[in-house]
Design a protein around this ligand. Sequence first.
Ligand code: DSN
Length: 416
Amino acid sequence: MSYFMEKSDKEIFDLIQKELVRQNEHLEMIASENFTFPSVMEAMGSVLTNKYAEGYPGKRYYGGCEFVDEIETIAIERIKKLFGCNFANVQPHSGSQANGAVYAALLKPYDKIMGMALSHGGHLTHGAKVSLTGKMYQSFFYGVELDGRIDYDKLADHVQVVQPNMLVCGFSAYTRTLDFKRLREIADSVNAILLADVAHVAGLCVAGEYPNPFPYCHVVTTTTHKTLRGPRGGVILTNDEEMAKKIDKMVFPGIQGGPLMHVIAGKAVGFGENLKPEWKTYAKQVKANINALATVLVGRGFELVSGGTDNHLILMSFLKNSFSGKDADIALGNAGITVNKNTVPGETRSPFITSGVRIGSPALTARGMKEREFKIIGNWIADILENITDTNLQAKIKKEIKELTKDFIIYDRAIY
Ligand code: DSN
């Protein structure tokens, strides 16, 4: 196939081809990453990128929106069906934009928000001081106990002291099930709005493999590219009509201009995949695979935060090891296993060094890998970590990974 870009911009074309090879030949185990559907990539590379459509379906500030109106309406209806909720805004460009819009719509500057601390598995936009959300609002944090779990009684007491206007639940690195019912009771005890950011687990939620945050949460945000496997972007969901109106006004014209219609079409196509019966099979396999990996690592003597997982990710803890999360990240990366270093409960090292790594199964599951492959990978990870300075071993495993991945080619071309 001949590409326009190959002729017009060889430099970028070649780099994209190299990225294709990297994605095919490495083991992508960053818990927040996934491989989207070629059909989603087609939507994102379509003529829709040319269209301005400020406003919402039926109420645009531009002409020529008859087809993008239909596309956005389909995206809205599909995500509402997936979560069983009444209102959806599919325009946020990202999860951070989605969270920012919710705060700005439903809070006043300097109101109190309370979320999981970044160092305990929360997200920057849950009030971290370096984020605008930690500057625009008074932010307070809860965390996990040394066993890697939220102590809800402790959280309830803490909430009474802080009296937040909004309680934020959701995470980037928590391995256990969130108790949305209990979180709502805790939020209600101080009349706080409960926001769930389910970016990490959304694909499991809609398959029934993780609890649905509805009906307990007032507002739910998610990215669309993690376990949902859609295009890069965000959405906001609610059952509350008044909140929905405020949120729509804040997304546009509040903080965004023209929606990315090519991405919204990608969201519609991705949600269409999420609605198919095969989606449940994928979500079940994501969990089966991470559990197969966890079993091998525990069997080889490694410590996992909380002892295992209820979702798609595990956190390996090296608090008792001589090497750090950074060392592990580099050693695994040398062998072609891509993970990210991560702080762990009881952390003793700096956030740039850390004592853990976060590992997820969604991307390799999308390639068709099953328990058999995850057991092999678990033993490779253990071999590398047990011999962390052995670069010959890393090189040997890299070759074995290249062989394994030949049977699981995810894309046969870089541009769809
Ligand atoms: N960067 C995402 C993650 O890795 O969890 C969060 O935005």
